[in-house]
Design a protein around this ligand. Structure first.
Ligand code: AHR
Length: 523
């Protein structure tokens, strides 16, 4: 297995057209923005995600802010994460939120869902809300449908969102939350105002092994009695495992038959798996995993199509609230971190091409949450002792941040594809892939170049506008399996890429195996 690329001269050219005059549109005709929540994250009580990754405790020698790792907070603040999903995952369907409130010393230890490890409940609703506020993210909570009740869910919403001392809508649970925030943490009594609520997780498996019809019945019960308290609640229904259109149709047929429970978004999960291992793979396996990751596009299109058969007014959008690579755990990382893996350039390309797919389908995708934030699958961070490493995935989110909230526009790519061997069978992968958006006078174009060893010259035409200036940043490395590690935390980082404006548009040369952002000043 070799991941080193031979040096090569650029021979190929690709054409890219940015269609400023063709914004991505909603069915209403309105131009669609790249929902900031498409760049969302996921935090589960699993392995080293919460305990060690985020929560080190107030007594830790590791610098912390109320028990939360300060170095992680500082890095996330730079990234401005829009939304974080919590507390699972499979963990959510066995979690009782009351275990995670009150004085920390009095909280129960419970069965931990993941591995034979109990959960100390030191990190609960208040700690999660504090974390979200410290990093500027909106919370997204997943309720327990597996071992919980609709009443427990209703009370969690009430605990988070009810005002404390309002004679009309204030409640005892609201007052309990306010008292804890003030007395235990010295913070504001104001409600948390949580909008996004997941009704269970993976209902087809760890969430209760429901049939789609049975889950639909449970969904109705769990989502009907949620109190508003002035917060526009956005309930999210569990979608299928991957692109299982049959599952979606069966749920939606039941949903459409009778009173329709409110659903803001439909949440399929898609993990593209592995090829080789996280850090050891052949060039063919490089292409194979990228091709598998790109199946996210058919998932988005097919799931959207199936939803539309039952929801022609398009009130339900997609929230792909778990996705990413799933490699075998890395033997160099602590075994108790469970799914911890080292993310390489290959994972960066998977992250980038997945975000590009979501941007290109901006009218369909309301939210996505890469699994998971730290010390786990496809993570943005790894921690060891005091150290916090920003992985290759972190750099993709940083490069792509300019798309958040911008108007999504069309992008046409004309580039040759790449043939490779997929376990002895012929495989084929696009060579250049990307997405585009515009905000005021700046167009942002992100491009994934998949070729393992050759660069490519790209000329970018702009339809509906003219380029005055352009600048580029690229994430690339001579090794396909390059990664940021505890020993070399800055091994992979974006560097400037020359982008020149000429009569035929903007010219850039994409390095092999790279993720690039080009920003064009439209004058
Ligand atoms: O992200 C790890 C696990 O993968 C989640 O808990 C579960 O929802 C999924 O199967």
């Amino acid at each position: 297995m070799s991941q080193t690329r031979p040096a090569a001269e650029s021979t190929l050219r690709a054409g890219v057209t940015l269609l400023l005059d063709e914004p991505v549109r909603h069915a209403s005709g309105q131009a669609a923005i790249v929902e900031p929540n498409v760049h969302g994250h996921f935090v589960e009580h699993l392995g080293g995600v919460v305990y060690d990754g985020i929560w080190v405790g107030t007594e830790s020698r590791i610098a912390n802010t109320g028990g939360i790792r300060t170095a992680l907070i500082e890095s996330l603040k730079r990234l401005r994460p829009p939304i974080i999903r919590y507390p699972g995952g499979c963990f959510a369907d066995a979690y009782h939120w009351r275990d995670g409130i009150g004085p920390r010393g009095a909280r129960p230890r419970r069965f931990g869902r993941w591995g034979d490890v109990s959960d100390s409940n030191q990190f609960g609703t208040h700690e999660f809300m504090h974390f979200c506020r410290l990093v500027g993210a909106e919370p997204y909570l997943a309720a327990n449908v597996g071992t919980g009740t609709p009443e427990e869910f209703q009370h969690w919403v009430e605990y988070c969102n009810a005002p404390a001392a309002d004679p009309r809508v204030g409640t005892t649970l609201g007052a309990e939350r306010a008292k804890q925030e003030v007395e235990l943490y010295g913070r504001s009594p104001d409600p948390f105002r949580v909008r996004y609520w997941g009704v269970g997780n993976e209902s087809w498996d760890c969430g209760g092994r429901f049939t789609p019809e049975d889950y639909c019945t449970a969904y109705r019960r769990f989502s009907t009695w949620l109190p508003g308290y002035g917060v526009p609640l956005a309930p999210i229904a569990c979608g299928p495992n991957g692109n299982d259109v049959k599952w979606t149709r069966r749920f939606m047929a039941k949903w459409a038959d009778g009173a329709k429970a409110p659903i803001t978004a439909w949440a399929p999960h898609y993990y593209c798996g592995t090829a080789g291992t996280a850090t050891q793979f052949s060039v063919d396996q490089w292409y194979e995993l990228l091709e598998r990751a790109a199946l996210m596009e058919s998932l988005v299109v097919d799931q959207w199509g199936a939803l539309g058969e039952f929801d022609p007014s398009r009130s339900i959008r997609l929230a792909v609230d778990e996705w990413g690579c799933w490699h075998p755990p890395d033997p160099k990382l602590p075994v108790e971190f469970m799914f911890a893996q080292i993310s390489t350039m290959r994972d960066a390309l998977v992250a980038a091409l997945t975000l590009d797919i979501f941007h290109r389908h901006a009218e369909k995708v309301l939210m996505s949450n890469v699994a998971q934030l730290v010390n786990c699958l496809h993570s943005l961070y790894m921690t060891r002792g005091e150290q916090v490493v920003e992985t290759t995935n972190y750099h993709v989110y940083d490069l792509y941040a300019a798309h958040k909230g911008a108007t999504a526009v069309g992008l046409r790519v004309d580039a040759p594809s790449i043939g490779y061997s997929r376990g002895g069978q012929p495989g084929r992968l696009f060579r250049v892939h990307g997405s585009a958006s515009v905000r005021e006078k700046t167009a942002t174009l992100t491009l994934v170049h998949t070729h393992a060893s050759e660069p490519i010259d790209v000329s970018v035409q702009i339809r509906g506008g003219a380029a005055r200036e352009a600048s580029g940043l690229t994430l690339a490395h001579a090794q396909l399996n390059a990664a940021n590690t505890f020993e070399n935390p800055k091994e992979v980082a974006p560097r400037p890429l020359q982008a020149s404006v000429g009569p035929s548009g903007v010219m850039v040369q994409l390095p092999p195996a790279s993720v690039t952002r080009v920003q064009v000043n439209l004058g």
